[in-house]
Design a protein around this ligand. Structure first.
Ligand SMILES: [Zn+2]
Ligand SMILES: [Zn+2]
Length: 217
């Protein structure tokens, strides 16, 4: 059984997830914490629940998802895992962070590159990795087949989809990722996105204004 804690951090209202199972081993997905208060909020949760963080995972390298990479890596001494194709996206953050007012941003080095051939293992939990390009070129998602949940970053939102106007973005590629990788999952699978509330595959298949199956000609 997984425990999923959702924090909404930074001015982009980004969802940071701390996911643990009954063993208390845990992963942190897309830490967007930037201020001391946000860092405190995250670490208090980890501390209060006696979690043992095993990995720091990035779905992709955009600024709102990686502001807290350095804090998490430093605090928990865990490896940062990201897809190789998004390494450049991650490294670019340093160059534009000050333009957004994040003068204190310090990048964190990726430790390992992961893709669909790998799995994320912690405690009794084992996740599949989905390659979901379109919003960012090396975007990935983490799928728990047993619990029927997916952490899919900025690909599919409740009633919306990820933007495709940023460097490396492509609308056709994004729609393709959604249809070929996400919409083939069972309808009851719960989607935990990078922004906004959780949703389900079935719900978005029917009513998402950008990619519902009924829009297919
Ligand atoms: Zn993004
Ligand atoms: Zn985002």
């Amino acid at each position: 059984m997984l425990s999923i804690e959702i924090f909404t951090f930074n001015p982009f209202s980004e969802n940071t997830y701390v996911v643990s199972d009954e063993t208390t081993e845990a992963v942190i997905i897309d830490p967007g914490c930037y201020t001391r208060e946000e860092q405190q909020e995250l670490s208090s949760y980890v501390n209060d629940n006696h979690l043992k963080i095993k990995y720091l995972l990035n779905t992709h390298g955009h600024i709102d998802h990686v502001l807290g990479n350095d804090f998490v890596k430093d605090k928990y001494k865990v490896p940062l895992l990201i897809h190789k194709i998004d390494e450049a996206t991650l490294r670019a953050v340093k160059t534009y962070a000050p333009l957004y007012g994040f003068d204190a941003y310090r990048g964190a080095e990726p430790d390992r590159f992961i893709g669909e051939e790998d799995r994320i293992e912690f405690g009794n939990t084992s996740w599949k990795i989905f390659f979901l390009p379109g919003h960012a070129p090396g975007h990935i998602g983490f799928y728990d087949e047993k619990e029927k949940i997916i952490f899919s970053g900025d690909v599919l939102f409740a009633q919306s989809i990820g933007r495709t106007d940023l460097p490396g973005g492509n609308f056709e590629t994004l729609i393709n990722s959604i249809h070929k990788k996400l919409f083939i999952l069972p309808d009851e699978v719960v989607v935990y996105p990078g922004h906004g509330p959780a949703t389900t595959i079935g719900g978005e298949k029917i009513s998402n204004p950008f990619c519902a199956l009924s829009l297919l000609k």
